[in-house]
Design a protein around this ligand. Structure first.
Ligand code: SAM
Length: 238
C-alpha cells in the first residue's frame, strides 16, 4: 500500500487549517463512504489517497474564497454521498449546511454519517431541486448555493440560483470544461437573476488533476416561473 498522504500538510500549502479532531472526522467519513460503497453506488474512487485529494481536499478548496467565508447558511444541491457538504460541515461547524439530494439511499447514508460523526450543522434533505426550490421556507433563503458534478452550467443555474437570497452567491465546482460551460450557460445564469463574478483555477496535489470554481452573485430576484417542473431544466436548458 502506498504511504497515506497528510491532508493537513496539503491544506497548509493553500493556507487552510483544520483541527486534529476535524482531520479524524474526515478520515472516518472516507471509511464510512468506502464501506457504504460496497452496497450503494456513492463513488467510483476506491483508493484512500485518491479519495483524500479528489473528494476531501477538492471539497475544501472553496474555503479559500471570500464568498464562502462570509456565508452562514449554505445549500449543496445534488450532494450524492455528501460531497462537498460533509467535509465542509465537518471543517466549518459554525456554518449551517443543508445537503439536498434526489436519491433516498444517498440521503440515508448522509443521515448515518451525520449521526455517527455528530454533525449537528448538517441537514440532509431528500428531494429534487426543482420542487424544493418552490417551498417558501427554502426559496431565496440561502447565503450560498454550491454544487459539484451535478449538471452543465446551463442546467445547474436553474437548480441552484432560485435557492439564493438577493445579493447571495452560487459557487459551482467545474473542471476543464468550465470555459465552454460559461459560454453556453452565462445567459441562463443572467435569466435567473445572477451574474458570473469570478473564475478561479486550482491544481490538485499529486497530479490528481485540476479544479475550477465559478462564482455567481445574485443581483435580482428569480422569476416565479423558475425552476420549471422536474426534468424540464435538463430537457430544455435555458
Ligand atoms: N455532488 C456529489 C459529488 O460530487 O460526488 C454527487 C455527484 S453525482 C454525479 C450527481 C448527484 O446529483 C446525484 O446523486 C443525483 O441524484 C443528484 N441530482 C441530480 N439532479 C438533481 C436534482 N434535480 N435535484 C436533486 N439532486 C439531483
Amino acid at each position: 500500500m502506498s504511504n497515506r498522504l497528510d491532508l493537513s500538510n496539503l491544506l497548509n500549502e493553500i493556507s487552510l487549517r483544520i483541527t486534529a479532531y476535524q482531520l479524524s472526522q474526515v478520515i472516518e467519513y472516507i471509511k464510512l463512504l468506502f464501506e457504504a460503497n460496497q452496497t450503494t453506488n456513492l463513488t467510483a474512487i476506491t483508493d484512500y489517497n485518491e479519495a483524500l485529494v479528489k473528494h476531501i481536499y477538492d471539497s475544501l478548496l472553496i474555503m479559500t474564497l471570500p464568498e464562502f467565508k462570509t456565508a452562514k447558511n449554505i445549500i449543496d444541491v445534488g450532494s450524492g454521498g455528501g460531497l462537498p457538504s460533509i467535509p465542509l460541515a465537518i471543517c466549518n461547524p459554525e456554518k449551517r449546511m443543508v445537503s439536498l439530494e434526489a436519491t433516498q439511499k444517498k440521503i440515508n447514508f448522509q443521515n448515518t454519517v451525520a449521526c455517527k460523526l455528530q454533525l449537528i450543522n448538517l441537514f440532509p434533505i431528500w428531494g429534487r431541486a426543482e420542487e424544493v426550490a418552490k417551498q417558501v421556507d427554502r426559496r431565496e433563503r440561502y447565503d450560498l448555493a454550491i454544487a459539484r458534478a451535478v449538471a452543465p452550467l446551463n442546467i445547474l443555474a436553474e437548480l441552484t440560483i432560485p435557492f439564493i437570497k438577493l445579493h447571495g452567491y452560487a459557487i459551482f465546482y467545474k473542471g476543464k470544461e468550465a470555459e465552454n460551460e460559461i459560454l453556453k450557460g452565462e445567459s441562463a445564469v443572467n435569466t435567473l437573476g445572477a451574474e458570473i463574478i469570478g473564475v478561479q483555477s486550482f491544481t490538485l496535489p499529486c497530479n490528481y488533476g485540476s479544479r475550477v470554481l465559478i462564482t455567481a452573485r445574485k443581483s435580482g430576484l428569480t422569476s416565479a416561473s423558475y425552476p420549471r417542473k422536474p426534468g424540464v431544466p435538463k430537457k430544455k436548458p435555458l
